[in-house]
Design a binder for this molecule. Structure first.
Ligand SMILES: NC(=O)c1ccc[n+]([C@@H]2O[C@H](COP(=O)([O-])OP(=O)(O)OC[C@H]3O[C@@H](n4cnc5c(N)ncnc54)[C@H](O)[C@@H]3O)[C@@H](O)[C@H]2O)c1
Length: 386
């Protein structure tokens, strides 16, 4: 019999569902050392959280995260609630000796994230942040190819995350479903929300970013606030773009916006090296576009690798070659690996400390957008996560 691991989830929204699915699926498809138990789910509305609990099979509910964190029968606190709740919940959970998984961005700013790192590291509890795109099989394969040196010296890394859902000036800010438009809750706009994903993947694939020069724009300056009913200034960035330099000498070009009409969640990245280039696109997430200059001349060209074979990362755990997987699987991969690492006393990247590195970059981006100057990025010391 496997040891049970009792999970307490905070938040039943978008991420609450992806995580609950991961808790259910990971032990069915991966050899994990624990049997996860969906012990309790917490959110403020008792009726809605009860209905969520019954749909997913949680044994109990809480309406105050403090009560959840205080429970002796919970081993792991998983934070899938808005950004302004992350620091208090994670710190209290760590103090209580619980494992902590937290949604991104880690903190609303690096100062908040630093305190969270201190909390989990001084309590020595397993911790991880759900930067799930690292575990798209095509992206993981790209990491292997880069680490093998197949691209040679890297010259360029560029990434974009494009959406269009806030273009209407009639959209209010704040409250349920719209907390991302409220700077007090979200910390920042697309910089912490979308660009953070691009930055986390980039730091993992191509190493630290040394400095940045950025610009941000808030296209709609005032919106009605759902909670106060008043028209209030908008404090978030609607669009954010930066140019930067990686420590390895390559150049960075990043852009995120919620004003790119027609794009719903278009995350793309490209890396150009001396020998080879690779391109990945979230809308075609099971493919890696690959160009190798060392290929035979007449047939040299971009190839589209369908990532479904058993020797591709993660794919032996799924169906048969030729059949692809999707977005939800990235969370299953991360949770399965978190359990494996925790049982062996190992850290699982991205740890809180790894995620702090992203907050340092987003802080520098926002600082540069204000100052109009190049800004250097603070460095998070590496904690040696797997
Ligand atoms: N990894 C990813 O790709 C990804 C994608 C989307 C969101 N996120 C992150 O996940 C987090 C949640 O985002 P979401 O899209 O699921 O939001 P959401 O609005 O869909 O859900 C938020 C949930 O938190 C609950 N909640 C709010 N305040 C609470 C409180 N004080 N106590 C308990 N519960 C509370 C709400 O009731 C709701 O159930 C955010 O930090 C966001 O940045 C990550």
């Amino acid at each position: 019999m496997k040891q049970t691991l009792n999970i307490g989830l905070v938040g039943y929204g978008f991420m609450g569902r992806t995580h609950s699915n991961a808790f259910r699926q990971a032990p069915r498809f991966f050899d994990v050392p624990y049997e996860p138990v969906l012990k309790a789910v917490c959110a403020r509305n008792a009726d809605r959280v009860t209905s969520f609990a019954s749909n997913w099979g949680y044994e109990s509910i809480e309406t105050d995260w403090r009560a959840l964190v205080d429970r002796k029968d919970i081993d792991l606190i998983d934070i899938a609630s808005p950004n302004d709740t992350h620091a208090d919940i994670a710190s209290a959970a760590a103090r209580g000796g619980k494992m902590v998984m937290c949604e991104k961005p880690l903190g609303r700013n690096a100062g908040e994230a630093e305190k969270m790192v201190t909390a989990v590291e001084s309590a020595r509890v397993p911790n991880s942040v759900w930067y799930n795109y690292r575990r798209v099989p095509a992206v993981t394969l790209l990491k292997h190819l880069i680490d093998e040196g197949r691209l040679g010296r890297i010259f360029h890394y560029r990434a974009q995350f494009l959406q269009d859902w806030t273009i209407s000036k009639d959209l209010p800010q704040g409250g349920e479903g719209l907390w991302r438009l409220d700077a007090a809750v979200a910390g920042s706009g697309v910089t912490g929300d979308l660009l953070a994903h691009c930055i986390d993947t980039a730091l993992w694939l191509n190493g630290s970013i040394a400095d940045v020069t950025a610009t941000t724009e808030t296209f709609i300056k005032e919106r009605k606030h759902t909670l106060t009913g008043r028209v209030e200034p908008v404090g978030i960035d609607d669009a954010s773009a930066f140019l930067g330099r990686f420590q390895n000498g390559s150049l960075a070009l990043f852009e995120a916006t919620r004003y790119a009409r027609g794009h719903k969640a278009l995350y793309t990245l490209e890396i150009n090296g001396e020998h080879a280039s690779a391109h990945w696109d979230l809308h075609d997430l099971h493919r890696l576009q690959w160009f190798d200059h060392r290929d035979e001349g007449q047939l040299r060209g971009w190839r589209s690798v369908h990532i479904t074979d058993g020797d591709h990362p993660y794919m032996k755990h799924w169906w048969v070659p030729g059949l692809q997987i999707g977005y939800e699987h990235t969370f299953i991969h991360q949770f399965a690996e978190f359990l494996q690492a925790a049982a062996q006393g190992k850290a699982l990247a991205p740890t809180f400390r790894d995620a702090l590195a992203t907050d340092y970059v987003t802080d520098a981006v926002l600082k540069s957008a204000k100052s109009g100057r190049w800004e250097s990025v603070a460095m998070a010391q590496q904690a040696g996560a797997a």
